[in-house]
Design a binder for this molecule. Sequence first.
Ligand code: NAP
Length: 311
Amino acid sequence: MTAPMFERVALVGLGLIGSSLSHAMRRKGLARSIVGHAQSEKTRDTALRLGLVSSVYASPAEAARDADLVILCVPVGACGALARNMAPAMKAGAILTDVGSVKGAVVRDVGPSVPKGVHFIPGHPIAGTEHSGPEAGFAELFEGRWCVLTPPPGADEGAVRRLAAFWQACGSHVEVMDAQHHDLVLAITSHVPHLIAYNIVNTARHLEQVTDTEVIKFSAGGFRDFTRIAASDPVMWRDVFLNNKEAVLEMLGRFSEDLTALQRAIRFADGDTLYKLFSESRAVRRGIIQAGQDTADADFGRHHGIPGKQP
Ligand code: NAP
């Protein structure tokens, strides 16, 4: 039995990502003890009942005290206030990281309150589901997925290596990049697709000529997949758009131009343009499957990686 990588890990936030990290750490023996904090008593009680943590605290500072790894697993907009609260309790040499879907805003909000001697290394596991809360987590969530680390300039290299090794032990591939670049890439691969999903589901909901029952009854593959994405946590996604404004607006501008071109092709019955574009898009799907980031299985009845859970 190898020694745990960390003595005490504090999970600040015990939803999908926090609980999945607990499952992964316990399965691999990565921490001697795992403690936690969440804002509601209900989540704290559930986390204890499920054995996600050995102790749970109503105070984030108490959870962070003496931890050698503190992981913020809360919506992006909550990170700054929590970091300010925990700062006086954090021990020198500890690593402070997060899992937020936006990185520039976390650096802006958390960076100024990081105490001297604490290594602040923001991170983002590109792994998730549309489920949230402490019961949604599972150990395999990070397996074969990428985790992006965005260490600020001058970050301690040893601490970056330790955190990278931690994510690799959770099953992830690790890539290091600049926070701004992360936000631009994720705007097009994750944030804009979620916005489109929220928008199309709302458009369908408000159509007067089509009843709500028809939308549900005849939900063909395309619409059904959008409803899955649009079932994601509203607080998390509100915070993503409030905190990655520039990159999302830039990508939305590009998206609108391309959509207008498609609209023209349909209006002028330009089948060649439509065929060419649809053929090129198929290649992207094949690339994702070849890279092991999805499977080619038909999606009817898929379980989205959650053993025992129905879609
Ligand atoms: P979640 O399941 O909704 O859980 C959020 C957790 O944060 C809950 O334990 C919640 O506590 C706690 N929390 C919220 N606001 C808080 C506050 N002000 N103070 C203290 N605790 C607070 O969310 P999640 O999916 O795990 O997402 C967490 C982070 O991971 C987000 O930043 C998100 O961007 C990022 N992320 C998510 C995914 C995904 O697919 N879901 C993927 C990658 C990264 P209560 O339950 O008590 O309210």
